[in-house]
Design a protein around this ligand. Structure first.
Ligand code: GDP
Length: 359
């Protein structure tokens, strides 16, 4: 799928860079262009991408802190610059645009929904968002920001693909240390999905193409991506169980939104050397996915790749019913309530007779 990426905010810029780097290294050629947008000069400088600094008149290159309302405002007022920079990046060959942001911060959280809305009005291709959910241990401000951003961007985008920051972190790593690992995982997994249909030689009947991704996401709402991989056997016959077990692990331990199993639509992409992909394994896995997701719309396809592994990628569309999402929304709601109470009466903090007013 030929796509353009726009990373908004710090996480957005870093993930866009990781994706573009992976795509170049693998010589897939799916990512045709990438742009990073931020209010903080220091976050843009290290990125090897074209960049646009927004909100200079308001924050002078210093970022918006965690203020996502300000993030939304500066994006709105500097949209002409951003759209200008995208003009030659979104072309007639572009099949989809991905706007990437950490939902818990300020610039990406506020800016991404505004940018997605504008892109949808101007361009005739699907505009998807990739939203990074704050980990459970991140503070109330992150949760509250992410709740509001998620609600808005899910409404505006053709689909919002969620990656929970707790999902792909490796044990023993703090979240901060883990960012690079998580970004690499996102780049590899999403990068493979986007490359499906590109860079494929000897296209056969069962090879997946970009329309399968687009049709799977056409259900709208929230989507999630799962990944599982294992060493391949010599022949397809050896790999019946490899395909079914990597598919299960993509669903149960490799999902970007853990616990997302009920879905409206699903796509199973099995990557590996064509002669090692077991048709029987793929068929069983697709039937299993139908049962597991409760979806009647399960698509499938191969991704021929010169590797000694078998990988299963599962894209789920319409996963709003997941437990993890419900728990997150509950936490975000509480955080918004707390923030409102605190804002409503700042004097409450000094509700103490031992401290006298000055006058
Ligand atoms: P912004 O620059 O104001 O948009 O804020 P950030 O992009 O730093 O957003 C903060 C949120 O993104 C927090 O929930 C962080 O956990 C997360 N985050 C920040 N940097 C990264 C990163 O490099 N990778 C990932 N996966 N998450 C990040």
């Amino acid at each position: 799928m030929k796509c353009a990426l726009v990373g908004v905010g710090q996480a957005g810029g870093k993930v866009a860079t990781a994706l573009a780097t992976f795509d170049t290294r693998m010589e897939f050629g799916a990512i045709r262009s990438a742009l990073a947008v931020n209010t903080a000069t220091a976050d843009l400088q290290p990125l090897p991408l074209d960049t646009v600094l927004i909100g200079q008149d308001r924050v002078d290159g210093h970022g918006v802190g965690g203020d996502n309302e300000l993030g939304a405002e500066v994006m709105e007022s500097d949209l002409p610059e951003v759209m200008d920079a995208l003009d030659d990046k979104i072309t007639s060959e572009t099949e989809a645009v991905f706007v990437i942001a950490g939902l818990g911060g300020g610039t990406g959280s506020g800016g991404a929904p505004v940018l997605v809305r504008r892109l949808k009005r101007i361009y005739n291709v699907p505009i998807y968002a990739i939203g990074i959910l704050p980990g459970q241990d991140e503070g109330a401000l992150y949760q509250a920001n992410a709740g509001r951003s998620l609600k808005t961007v899910a409404r505006e985008a053709d689909s919002l693909l969620l990656v929970d920051n707790d999902a792909w972190v490796e044990s023993g790593e703090s979240l901060q240390e883990g960012f690079d690992t998580i970004n690499k995982h996102i780049a590899q997994r999403l990068g493979l999905l986007l490359a499906a249909g590109e860079a494929v030689e000897g296209v056969g009947e069962s090879v997946v193409d970009s329309s399968e991704v687009i049709n799977t996401l056409a259900t709208g709402g929230i989507s999630a991506l799962g990944y599982g991989a294992a060493a391949s056997g010599e022949t397809a016959e050896d790999n019946i169980n490899t395909v079914t077990s990597t598919t299960r692990s993509a669903m149960f331990t490799g999902m970007s939104l853990p616990g997302a199993t009920k879905a409206d639509t699903a796509l199973l992409v099995v990557a590996g050397r064509p002669e090692t992909i077991s048709r029987k394994g793929v068929e069983r896995s697709r039937r299993w996915l139908e049962e597991e997701t409760g979806s009647m719309e399960v698509r499938g396809g191969d991704f021929p790749l010169d590797t000694d592994r078998i990988a299963s990628l599962i894209l789920l569309g319409g996963v709003e019913q997941s437990d993890r999402l419900e728990r997150f929304i509950e936490r975000a709601r509480e955080a918004v309530e707390i923030a409102k109470e605190e804002r409503a009466d700042p004097a409450k903090a000094f509700d103490n007779e031992a401290i006298e007013d000055l006058f």
